[in-house]
Ligand binder design. Structure first.
Ligand SMILES: COc1cccc([C@H]2O[C@H](CC(=O)N[C@@H](CC(=O)O)C(=O)O)C(=O)N(CC(C)(C)C)c3ccc(Cl)cc32)c1OC
Length: 348
């Protein structure tokens, strides 16, 4: 039986959810009763971790200590955090984190274990990265470093969600067993965002593109914005898109294994947004100057159309075709992109 106080604290968790990400928050709230609270709290715990990792004003040792112990912090009733810089986007969440912890402690133990396990792995991964990043400014040197970074911040989220889906009984254990597919669900979203956010991150003094790729085209990461490097910048961008296209078959395979309608919608919507964004940024040099977003009307249409696998496959086919159309024979990566598209078309 739920007391009034418990009801209030649960409501405020959903208020925090809506504060942190309106559009995706709505999709989480459509999830089946059995999964909604655990996914909402998983999202908020991840947000808390992100707010600490993102805060450049935090002392490095303090940040590392918090990241590595966040999996224990989420069990500490009453814990709150007031050391975030004033302009940290979601600082409010950590100021009231005791409410999140209260609700977390009311989840079934197996859901708590999944969330705590991923929080530990991610917190350690982030701590390793921020320590390394501190030493030299391109912590993401190789494509391998790029995959590892994206695994820590996004692939692990795929792991955790697949574990929650399986633990709830709404999806088969198989969905949690195949880590490669769960990892691809995170990498595809994160890598597409990293391409889209080139300019925003550059202006924030952050760079996530692997030097093994951009170093083939320019000396300095910011040279990609200069008109005299236009052709190099276009080739570099298609090289980055090529790297992301390899995750598409695994994303489609993961989605094809889902049985529950609310889980399918929850998983498919971000992926169709991402393939739409990937087609938008491909061969579009505006990404070096401003943040590109798909139009609201198109996003709404994608959400409406992503209700079943056939529709999702046809949406992917449409955007992969658009990338193929934009692929230029003069681009040094033209053949590799054509082959990556060929591999996807076998699937779709
Ligand atoms: C099986 O795996 C997933 C299945 C469904 C959704 C997501 C994934 O989708 C959102 C979608 C989302 O949050 N979209 C934003 C728009 C944007 O970020 O551009 C939004 O709609 O506000 C997202 O982007 N991330 C953040 C990471 C990519 C780092 C994991 C994310 C963060 C926390 C959770 Cl619980 C889930 C997700 C999955 O994660 C891989």
């Amino acid at each position: 039986q739920q007391t009034l106080a418990q009801d209030t604290s649960k409501k405020s968790c959903y208020e925090f959810l809506n504060m942190t990400s309106r559009s995706f928050a709505a999709v989480i709230q459509e999830l089946d009763e059995e999964l909604r609270d655990s996914v909402c709290l998983f999202y908020l715990v991840l947000r808390g971790l992100d707010t600490i990792e993102d805060d450049m004003s935090l002392d490095l040792n303090r940040k590392v200590e918090l990241l590595r112990s966040f999996d224990q912090i989420i069990y500490q009733k009453g814990w709150t955090f007031n050391e975030n810089g004033p302009n940290e986007k979601d600082r409010e969440l950590l100021v009231h984190f005791d409410v999140i912890i209260n609700e977390f402690l009311r989840l079934k133990p197996e859901y708590q274990k999944v969330i705590a396990n991923i929080t530990k792995l991610m917190g350690d991964g982030m701590a390793d990265y921020v320590s390394g990043e501190h030493r030299e400014n391109t912590a993401i040197a190789t494509v391998k470093d790029f995959d590892l970074y994206c695994h820590y911040v996004a692939g692990l989220v795929g792991y955790g969600l697949s574990d929650l889906f399986a633990a709830s009984g709404l999806e088969s254990k198989e969905i949690a067993d195949d880590k490669v597919l769960s990892n691809a669900m995170g990498l595809f979203l994160q890598k597409t965002n990293i391409i889209r956010d080139y300019r925003e991150d550059l202006d924030d003094g952050r760079q996530f593109w692997p030097k093994e790729i951009w170093g083939k085209y320019v000396e300095k990461f910011s040279d990609l914005t200069k008109p005299e490097y236009k052709d190099k910048a276009q080739a570099c961008l298609s090289d980055m898109v090529l790297n992301v296209l390899d995750d598409v078959p695994q994303v489609l395979t993961y989605l094809s294994k889902l049985k529950n309608q609310s889980v399918f919608n929850f998983c498919a919507i971000p992926q169709v947004m991402a393939i739409s964004t990937l087609a938008l940024v491909f061969n579009n040099l505006d990404i070096y100057h401003r943040n590109l977003k798909i139009r609201k009307g198109q996003a709404v249409k994608l959400i409406m159309d992503s209700k079943d696998m056939d529709h999702v496959v046809s949406i992917f086919r449409q955007y992969v075709f658009e990338i193929s159309r934009k692929n230029e024979a003069t681009d040094p990566n033209f053949m590799k992109i054509s082959m990556a598209i060929g591999r996807i078309e076998q699937w779709i």
